[in-house]
Design a protein around this ligand. Sequence first.
Ligand SMILES: Nc1ncnc2c1ncn2[C@@H]1O[C@H](COP(=O)(O)OP(=O)(O)OP(=O)(O)O)[C@@H](O)[C@H]1O
Length: 275
Amino acid sequence: MTTTTLTKRPATADTDTPVPYAARIDHVSKSFGRPGAQQHVLDDISIDVAPGEFVCLLGASGCGKSTLLNLVAGLDVPSAGAIDAPGGRPALMFQEHALFPWLTAGRNIELALRLRGVPRAERRDEAERLLELVRLKGAYGKRVHELSGGMRQRVAMARALAQDSQLLLMDEPFAALDAITRDVLHDELTRIWRTANDSGSGTGGLSVLFVTHNVREAVRLAERVILLSSRPGRVAREWQVDIPQPRRIEDAAVADLSIEITEQLRGEIRRHGQH
Ligand SMILES: Nc1ncnc2c1ncn2[C@@H]1O[C@H](COP(=O)(O)OP(=O)(O)OP(=O)(O)O)[C@@H](O)[C@H]1O
């Protein structure tokens, strides 16, 4: 097994040279279990996510997508290879909203602002601004149980954005939602991502690494779709998605590319004896 290096430079790194990536996954492998009884989950994966880029990681269930995202998040370390996220700690969003039920929507967001070091006097206004950004104006005082599934994921998105990170890691954030709500949230995410990368936005830009096993969702959202094979997870193929944004899930171009990618995904699943 080769040497493990985990490099995470802080956001305040004193460097004048712009880094050409928001995240670098450099020859990363990951195994679980004791020596002799190891499960080799990821094998020699190399991916650069460019600043401002939206990348979807697609693959069959169990191929290691979440494992890879956790490595980029710094929640676990690779068995070999290196991860570099030069913009500091990435923001995270999961399928479960993970909001604190005893806090209001606004307070959940303020907690993230507090952890970021935003002064107390500014937190309320900033939380309201973020709620407005995810189109939940007026929900500041609502408790989690008063919100629908879609609204909870909007608050979770606002809380992730409260970290003001240049890299947003999303692990099937909309998988538990009904198709219509998911479609609306795709619109919101695309809008927020595009606005953050507008030259006049005053932000440092936003890159997204989004995990899904839903091909249409990947094609709807991403600038680049990366298909992982299974057992072990390797980069099987990738597609540059040049369909103009905003896209609709029912667009002919989205459907055509989804059919092509689904064929490849089926091939991967057949090859690895899954169903
Ligand atoms: N902490 C762990 N310890 C042991 N095995 C693990 C651990 N985390 C993940 N695995 C194994 O790694 C493999 C890949 O899991 P992972 O959750 O990354 O896949 P996935 O592609 O995200 O799947 P899904 O789409 O179903 O969420 C699985 O076989 C899983 O059991």
